[in-house]
Write a protein that binds this ligand. Structure first.
Ligand SMILES: [Zn+2]
Length: 367
């Protein structure tokens, strides 16, 4: 049986002492992370050999490291190894960067060993820190095993614990779907479905995004690294977090509704065309709702034993008419309604694409 992961992010309300402990651990993690690469390189230059540096080697020189959660330090070593591996294997990734106190937001990851991490009532028990008050808005299912926790201090000064759970997929996927739907990405909104219903992000969300852009402009006018600049940066971070939560909340609800109703969901994979459209609208691909929406649909469908199929971007979803004719004209994105030169049917480009995606998904399931 295969295993899956699920993460829950909880807001933390640490006491003053706990905040100090967090700050110490963030600092220690940054310290070992920044020490290890230099020593690794220096050793290699001198001995022409690789040597693995571990956080424990530094505890004598820097006794304060003993105060920090040792698993958190060990995870820094792992992160650094990954960063080095990527650096050696991929040309597009640079040499591991130092962690800066000013620019990198604080976080550390610790693992659950012998139940040293527990969620009890309204607290999360963490090694070296103790029970931290938390808003446990969501409880994991009984078959979930707590694997690790990432504690973070966001730029606006709030604390979070991102808890990673592992569970076994006990739900068998269904053999034959009965209810099915297809989704096509739309640049101006979120998606168009095969029933002809389109969905965009709600207005309050778009308003908040406009507010964020205004705050961003204000920041760019301030002197970099001045007090006011940092203040504005914190305000910006707070709003960005709120917007990100709103987006997640909306998409969670939408995807849950769909998962409850449909056995099979087929969706157009987010292609380069879509991404470039997104960028043209002045948005980063990071805040692309459609991509997040598909990710949520995929794991929610899987969890229920339902099906999710990603339709390849090379499938000519928007060019096929129901009569089977492939219409090359519809490659032009500005054309919204299309008349089929063969059968004369008039259809909406996006709805037609969604219908074709749905049909293709069904076809793939049946074969
Ligand atoms: Zn036709």
């Amino acid at each position: 049986m295969s295993k899956s992961n699920i993460a829950c992010k909880y807001r933390l309300y640490p006491t003053v002492e706990q905040k100090t402990m967090f700050a110490k651990t963030f600092g220690c993690c940054r310290k070992v992370y920044n020490l290890m690469p230099d020593d690794k390189i220096a050793y290699y230059r001198e001995h022409k050999k690789n040597k693995i540096f571990t956080p424990a080697m530094y505890k004598e020189t820097y006794p304060f490291l003993k105060e920090a959660d040792s698993l958190a330090l060990a995870n820094e070593q792992m992160h650094l190894q990954t960063a080095f591996k990527n650096f050696f294997q991929r040309k597009d990734i640079g040499y591991p960067k130092y962690k800066s106190k000013k620019y990198d937001f604080d976080s550390y990851t610790t693992n659950n060993v012998n139940s040293n991490i527990r969620i009890v009532h309204r607290t999360i028990r963490l090694p070296k820190v103790g029970e931290v008050r938390a808003k446990i808005h969501r409880e994991p299912a009984d078959n979930c095993i707590l694997k690790s926790v990432t504690v973070s201090r966001e730029r606006d000064g709030t604390y979070y614990a991102s808890v990673l759970y592992e569970y076994e997929d006990t739900v068998k996927p269904m053999a034959k779907p009965i209810t099915h739907i297809g989704f096509d990405y739309t640049a101006n909104g979120l998606y168009m479905d095969s029933n002809g219903d389109s969905c965009a992000m709600p207005k309050f969300y778009r308003d908040a995004e406009a507010r964020l852009a205004r705050k961003q402009r204000k920041l760019s006018k301030k002197i970099k690294e001045s007090n006011n600049w940092f203040k504005q940066k914190r305000r910006l971070a707070k709003l960005a977090r709120q917007i990100s939560n709103q987006r997640k909340d909306f998409l969670h609800k939408r995807s849950a509704e769909i998962t409850n109703r449909y056995d099979l969901v087929s969706a157009e994979s987010l292609n380069m065309k879509a991404i470039s459209q997104h960028l043209r609208l002045g948005k980063s691909t990071m805040d692309n709702g459609y991509g997040m929406f598909c990710t949520m649909l995929a794991y929610k469908q899987k969890k229920k034993g339902h099906l999710f199929i990603k339709i390849d971007r090379y499938y000519p979803s928007s060019q096929l008419c129901s009569c089977g004719y492939q219409n090359p004209i519809t490659k032009d994105l500005s054309v919204r309604t299309v008349t089929c030169p063969k059968c004369g049917k008039v259809y909406d480009r996006d709805v037609n694409a969604a219908i074709n995606i749905d049909r293709k998904g069904m076809e793939m399931c049946m074969s």
